[in-house]
Design a binder for this molecule. Sequence first.
Ligand code: IVH
Length: 677
Amino acid sequence: MTTIDPVARAEELRAAIRYHGHRYHVLDEPEIADAEYDALIRELEALEEWHPDLITPDSPTQRVGGAVSDLFAPVTHRRRLFSLDNADTIDELRAWEERLVRQVGQTPGGYSCELKIDGLAVSLTYQDGVLTRGATRGDGITGEDITANLRMIESIPLRLLGAPPALLEVRGEVYMPYAAFEALNLRQAESGERMFINPRNAAAGSVRQKDPTIAGERQLAIWIYQAGLIEGGPTLATHGETMEYLASLGLRVNPASSIVPDLDAVIAYVEAAERTRNDHEYQTDGVVVKVDSIPLQEELGFTARAPRWAVAYKFPPEERTTRLLSIEINVGRTGAATPYAVLEPVFVGGANVTNATLHNEEQIRVKDLRIADTVVVRRAGDVIPEVVGPVLSLRTGEERSWTMPENCPFCGNPIVRPEGEKVARCSGGLSCPSRLREWLAFFAGRSAMDIEGLGYKTIQLLVDERLIADPADIFFLTPEAFDGFEGWGDVSVANLMAGIDAARDRPIARLVIALGIRHVGPKAAEEFASVFRSIDRLVTATEEELLAIDGIGPTIARAWVEWVAEDENRALLEKFRRGGVRMEDPEPEAGEVSDVLAGVTLVVSGTLTGFSRDDAQNAITSRGGKATGSVSKNTTALVVGENPGASKVARAEALGVPVIDEAVFVEMLERGRQALG
Ligand code: IVH
């Protein structure tokens, strides 16, 4: 075992902290994630606690991080802007309260719980109600004068309302809402400029522009969270009252804050905040807890770095840096070749991440990702992990750019990308084992034929053992085929056979969906089925006949006609028939189709894969249902696609309205309310 030399380690940590501190605070170009920077500081603090003789006056622990840049005029804050100590666990929160109680001899009797906004701290000074100065925090003592830029932010009043005090200094967090961040990055990419890594960097970069119109264009906003100084105004007894007072002056105070009686209630707030951390229109990275009573705050005072009366509970980080080891491709059910990143494993957003989708070649180019880059990886909530971008300053010159391979790694056939299309495709058809596997998984999936017992692992086995070469082969499987397969006893084989048998009798729309034809999604399949009622009639339908159907446009009509024009596709349909799959729907009884959703009210949020917004609405209303825009207690269910509105989901959950995915929605279009189980 090697022992660590504390002197050398302290120097090493100081150098690293100075370097990264400068990149973060002065250049706005951090190359490590905040959590990693914090870890360096914490390690140094711990080391200095054990070896106080190692502390030097210029150690980064001896001041609040940050340096003053020479781009803007320095301003000395009237009162110092302190930083906050962190608590990473609930136990650390309890330890924080124990320290308070020890110092003041009582439990504080009330805490303010607030979301910790991930933006940048600013100080605003109002003299006789007029905004006279706006500054960055800087090192807490001296900041930068960014008044001109802050004046461009709509939520910062230039003049206060009501009867403002003679002098008021407030602190708050300037941030960039996600929507503005995404729009900004889109513009940056389109104009060939560098994209921002996250909303905080984008906000910081925006307020430190020489040209204030840029800050104005970027839709920044502010939440005010503290009064620094009030002269010639009321004397306030609690933080809560102070915030109410500031709000009454027209300052923007976050309504998500809450005054709670004790630490148990703080913990409940923290847990709820962590669960819903991605439901806001802005990025949050924790909860700030403050003692509510101002006399108690004064009694508790400050350490060198931070107030004793407040603490920041930090959520586990959702962004980390790691190495991009290689870029591989997946071939999906339509043959689309999708690149993904193979990463050095990194624990982020509460999970170990080793792979992340890269969408397409274009994205890799726009982000300028190269193999061997150090990259920022983001995993927020249940959203699939994403490679945000490379850390350019860590490039060594050894990195290699990537291009789509010429041949499919699964079947060796050429990968082609038609002019003007973003997506490259394997040309191998069903001879490509990857494509076959993905198609089968989709075919058997809940939104298609819904074959119980036929999951990904089983499909993999059946493909590997060459028992299945196309989806119709599923219906020719016999129990004997499983003889000798490990883990396949009589019961599991019988269950699978029953699952397959049940799938033989699905409405024909399900079969049409399951064919996985590009552009022919659930909505089109339902329309086809309701008009033609049989696969045979659909096969002979002309493009004109299809176009005559409400909601079917030329892309869908052509896609279907071209698909059935292929001999092998028609042969596949015949094979389904031979396999006992239903090829016709019974004629509807009068009124049956139109009122399956009578009395049902649905709200759709986010992007569905098989329906445009209008399609989904039509599908609901044409079945006698109601489609509305907001969730209420009268809503039957909330249908969520990709990126649903967080407030809708939260409201549905609060009201006990079922939240369903697209597969259940498709089922509701067939079976109405029953599909909710
Ligand atoms: S109070 C003395 N409240 O977090 C108390 N800070 O890590 C000073 N922050 O510099 C801060 N949301 O930039 C406070 N509701 C909130 C906050 C908040 C975000 C930031 C602020 C501060 C940093 C400390």
